[in-house]
Design a protein around this ligand. Sequence first.
Ligand code: KMH
Ligand code: ZN
Length: 312
Amino acid sequence: MQPHKIIVTAALTGAVTVPTQTPHLPWKVEDLAEDAARCAEAGAAIIHIHARNQQNGAPSSDMEVYGEILKAIKARTDAVICASTGGSVRMTPAERVRVVPTWKPELASCNMGSMNFSVHPIARRFQDQDYLFPWEKEWLEGSEDAIFPNTFRSIKHFLQEMEKAGTRPEFEIYDVGHLYNLAFMVREGYVEPPLWLQFVMGVLGGIQATLYDLMHLLDTANRLFGPENYRWSVIGAGYPHQFTMCTAAIMLGGHARVGLEDNIFLRRGVFARNHELVEKIVRIAAEFEREPATPAEVRAFLGLKGLENVGF
Ligand code: KMH
Ligand code: ZN
């Protein structure tokens, strides 16, 4: 892939944002498919998805729902689908990994370390009567005591399942230590370069969303893997981090992830729709003469098996 091409990922819904936070969060199958199609049209080559309960929008590990979402998106766009195996911090690793053997996606996330992962400060914005659904308040507040478990044994299991399913891992790196965890897994032979890294910056519990921290992550990855052995993208959690960190990635030759999973604002105080976040980052990238990569280019670049070989 030519260096001026940029891989834009749209993370449509996640498991962190609650419906009360924004009127635009998609969680129904049709809404996810519609957002996926509009994001792909706007320049996203990868659509990152999670499943949610179809009655109340709560994060779900129901494989039927997951399958409906995958099929509905595939019917609307040929974008690469990256299935989350992060699920939510409340799911067990066994629940989270099931999407890989069940639906055999081209690409799936692989979270590279156990950590605190909290959104409890968001609850301070709302009164009890504001919540649209009863699960949301405890979801936000309870995350203060949550641990996102990703032990070496479960990472190994996730990678083995991906290998069997022909699914390529996207490594979610929330901190510098996660790069060392990944280097260990490479040494142990569970994964082979080139690696596809997603630097997740700004989660409460992980590395924060600053340029200093991004340079440190890149320096560490260069030392551990060598620049030719990995490709990277960045997530800036929250506003304005989504745009500051993705703009840094544009300037440094990396790739960018946007979407309501990570940030709900287009501008300060203005709620975004998913495709508007893609349009904005594509506009910024154009100013730096970087142009969105197509799904076909991403498939070749990341060595993906192709849409005809998925299980949905
Ligand atoms: N929720 C994001 C901060 C995953 O889905 O596996 C990171 C993420 C991980 O997207
Ligand atoms: Zn995710």
